[in-house]
Ligand binder design. Structure first.
Ligand SMILES: NC(=O)c1ccc[n+]([C@@H]2O[C@H](COP(=O)([O-])OP(=O)(O)OC[C@H]3O[C@@H](n4cnc5c(N)ncnc54)[C@H](OP(=O)(O)O)[C@@H]3O)[C@@H](O)[C@H]2O)c1
Length: 333
């Protein structure tokens, strides 16, 4: 496909939000060693794409270069193999996380490292496949690895709180925690209470009410772990509702949060404030894809936009009120 052109969306400077996205024609990228070229069918948008990368929070290292085609989460079909690739074949349907520095998802073709790519059964849609990269992996790793909930139903004695359960991460986290057998209390806005209950949450609090803001479990449970997907709150905010050896898993690590973590370590506290950063993994993507295939996990889709209206998806993600995932589709335009 060398020399072939493709449609893509990119930005050339930091900041500017949705208005800074430009529709361009650029050459189809060439897969390097241990990469595959994917014809993208769908891509999803995540808060990190604009909050960290477009806003230039780590501009010394992210992105690799400007102009930048943003986004990391894709599903599509392998159309070319980089040197040394034997574990994928042309024609494979895949789900992939492309890489934070290089992005590349908001385009007709994207290169993806094989170590963060998984084969996708035909029965798993491109929409599902593209939703899993950041949101699914974060939900899985925070529930399974940080909160210690095994997905085999054996954690019936664990009480979990999941905040912002209506978001991309939260909608998956509730379902994964229930697969583990945990008792789940969730927070979301009133319009999403029925949905979050339908995903399996045992108790749902409206975060805009005083009861919701207190995080108090209606059944009086103290939480063994909190998967905190809503905006940063200090450890003292959670403390009254925590069990003796509880962990608060903070999805938006900040200087203040790290200070709290350090202080607890220094004082040998039995309760922990744990900063969380997801680590992309082809194995975890494969596990999530299989759960979808088996009907044990479902994706909540907020909205889909064609590539020609990608800025609308970006704008909606920045607004912060989506229910589940926001996606961009490349097929059928
Ligand atoms: N550290 C990591 O590796 C990592 C990885 C992935 C995500 N994250 C972070 O995790 C957070 C969640 O990501 P996401 O993709 O799930 O975001 P998202 O999909 O944009 O979340 C939107 C949802 O959050 C709800 N919400 C907002 N504030 C809330 C609050 N105070 N209480 C309860 N619900 C609230 C909104 O409900 P309403 O519309 O009703 O307000 C909306 O449904 C983001 O800050 C993201 O940057 C971190």
């Amino acid at each position: 496909m060398a020399g072939q052109m493709m449609r893509a969306v990119q930005y050339s400077t930091f900041g500017g939000g949705a208005a800074a996205l430009q529709h361009v024609e650029v050459p189809v990228p060439v897969p390097a060693k241990d990469q595959v070229l994917v014809k993208v069918e769908a891509a999803s948008v995540n808060p990190v794409d604009w909050k960290v990368i477009q806003e230039g929070l780590f501009k010394v290292v992210l992105p690799a270069k400007m102009p930048h085609i943003p986004g990391t989460d894709i599903a599509g079909e392998v159309v070319a193999l980089g040197p040394g690739v034997t574990s994928f074949a042309i024609g494979d349907k895949v789900s992939s996380w492309t890489d934070l520095r290089n992005g590349g998802s908001m385009a007709e073709y994207a290169v993806a490292p094989i170590k963060t790519t998984a084969k996708r059964p035909e029965s798993v849609s491109a929409i599902d496949g593209a939703s899993l990269g950041v949101a699914g992996t974060t939900a899985l790793q925070s529930v399974r690895d940080s909160a210690g909930i095994k997905l085999d139903g054996s954690c019936k004695d664990k009480n979990l709180l999941i905040t912002a359960a209506s978001g991309g991460v939260g909608t998956y986290a509730v379902q994964l925690a229930k697969l583990g057998g945990a008792h789940v209390t969730a927070t979301c806005g009133s319009r999403n209470i029925a949905l979050i209950k339908s995903l399996g949450a045992d108790e749902v609090l409206d975060y805009k009410t005083p009861e919701g803001a207190s995080l108090q479990s209606p059944s009086g449970r103290k939480y063994d772990a909190v998967i905190h997907c809503a905006k940063y709150q200090p450890f003292s905010y959670f403390k009254p509702q925590l069990a003796k050896t509880a962990k608060v898993i903070d999805l938006t690590p900040s200087g203040k949060g790290l200070l709290a973590t350090g202080l607890q370590l220094a004082t040998f506290s039995s309760q922990k404030f744990v900063p969380f950063l997801m680590s992309a993994s082809g194995n975890d993507l494969a596990l999530l894809t299989n759960l979808i295939n088996e009907g044990k996990l479902k994706t909540v889709v907020d909205s889909t936009f064609p590539l020609s209206k990608a800025e609308k998806a970006w704008e909606k993600q920045i607004e912060g009120h989506s229910t589940g995932k926001i996606l961009i589709t490349m097929v059928g335009e």
